[in-house]
Design a protein around this ligand. Structure first.
Ligand code: ZN
Length: 435
């Protein structure tokens, strides 16, 4: 073989074996969460923009959230890739079993002691590797982690309206300008709907369909905005959510669960959060755990777990913060402590295996394949996918890139670049042999 030819073959083989991933441009990433978007909410509503997304990108049949199927725990699993027992944001309420303090969801947003338990969320990891990140109302974005804040974090006001479409569009405009004018690499954007309507009116109410139409229009607005900001070819977008929603079962269809009917709670428990969705937590008084568990196990439509006996699949048992006893109601049953509270017509917090608790995953952008219907997966696997897209080293996590990477173009943009180089070299080789 002629020397030139040999050298060229060596170069070609080298290029084939080593994709030019370092040289490829990194695309930006927008993660959007629409709280409480049940997996099938788009199936009885006209959603032209969501339908187009399925053609232009990836749609998972559904997404399984972690136990517990609640807003703060689930969002924090998505942004950390850690099970709830590891990141320890175990409830929407910030609580202390000793002082009995309980802070509502929105008040927890700036309270780093609730969020910062040793696990680093994606914003901080990305920043430590040279990227710029921002959080727009996303749960956990307002806290500091080992003293580090997210580069830019907007926190939801306490009286922030969930369903103002004009504001939704302004938020899109602002976030897109962060990407196009200020060169942010990662932004997480949170919307409080359709969760709010799902709770107040129930998932079967016409207003839920109306809000899904509004979400669909917002996605259309996002896509035209991406064109306007010239981001269509450099911004990947993941649209997901934290849990589903189910209709609360009421009398006379069902007998409600009132725990105090089975045991005098004040005599056995020193701390409890009940009357809050499909699950509850209790700390027994010293020596009272067995009595509590035995009594509550007599209640119908309820499963009682000692923390250290919970199924491994819950990934909750190792949590330092979770009290000793966890109760999970059957789907749709309200858990009431002493009296019937029916504030909500819809609720979540039930077992993540229930179809009504499943949620959505959609993705599109330069690194995603098109027209791909993806098999269901656990939300824990979104984290390594995001790290891959941002070309950063992930922290230790519980997800697996193997679950999600098939939704990427073969090896992503970097692989395509190396493919074209390879093609060029091969044609040169062919030309050379013909000489
Ligand atoms: Zn939620």
């Amino acid at each position: 073989m002629r020397l030139e030819l040999f050298l060229l073959v060596a170069v070609v083989l080298g290029a084939a074996g080593k994709p030019l991933s370092k040289a490829a441009a990194r695309n930006k990433l927008l993660l959007i969460s629409f709280d409480g978007f049940r997996w099938d909410y788009d199936q009885d509503v006209d959603t032209p923009n969501l339908d187009q997304l399925a053609v232009d990108g990836v749609k998972a049949k559904y997404l399984t959230p972690p136990m517990l199927t609640m807003t703060a725990p689930s969002h924090f699993t998505t942004i950390t890739g850690r099970w709830v027992e590891d990141h320890n944001v175990v409830h929407n309420l910030m609580y202390n079993t000793t002082t009995n303090i309980k802070l509502p969801f929105k008040q927890t947003m700036g309270r780093s002691e609730w969020w910062d338990n040793g696990v680093l969320p994606l914003w901080i990891t990305a920043q430590n590797q040279g990227l710029r990140t921002a959080s727009f109302h996303y749960p956990g974005g307002g806290a500091t982690y080992r003293g580090q804040a997210v580069d830019r974090a907007l926190l939801e006001e306490f009286d922030h309206p969930d369903d103002n479409e004009t504001e939704w569009r302004q938020n899109i405009d602002l976030v897109l300008s962060w990407f196009s004018e200020e060169d942010f690499d990662l932004v997480t954007l949170y919307y409080g709907e359709p969760d709010n309507v799902g709770h107040r009116k129930g998932p079967d109410h016409p207003d839920r369909k109306t809000i899904i139409e509004q979400i669909d229009r917002t996605i259309g607005y996002l896509r035209t905005g991406m064109d306007r900001h010239q981001l269509t070819h450099s911004l990947n977008v993941i649209i997901t959510s934290d849990h589903g929603m189910t209709t609360v079962k009421k009398r006379p269809q069902v007998d409600e669960i009132i725990l105090n009917d089975y045991i005098k709670l004040s005599s056995v428990s020193s701390f409890e959060i009940l009357d809050y969705g499909g699950f509850g937590i209790l700390e027994p008084k010293p020596g009272k755990e067995q009595e509590m568990v035995d009594a509550l196990r007599k209640a119908p439509n309820l499963t009682v777990y000692r923390k250290n006996e919970m199924p491994e699949s819950f990934h909750l048992g190792r949590s330092q913060r979770l009290p000793s006893v966890v109760v999970v109601a059957d789907l749709g049953f309200n858990l009431n402590s002493r009296l019937i509270l029916y504030i909500n017509k819809g609720d979540h917090g039930f077992h993540s295996g229930e179809m009504d608790m499943k949620t959505i995953f959609r993705a599109f952008g330069p690194d995603f394949r098109k027209n791909l219907l993806f098999e269901p997966f656990d939300s824990i696997h979104i984290y390594p996918l995001m790290c891959k897209l941002l070309q950063i080293q992930p922290e230790a996590h519980n997800g697996s890139l193997a679950v999600t990477e098939d939704m990427l173009q073969l090896g992503g943009a970097s692989h395509r670049a190396s493919q074209s180089v390879l093609l060029l070299l091969l044609s040169m080789l062919l030309l050379l042999t013909m000489l």
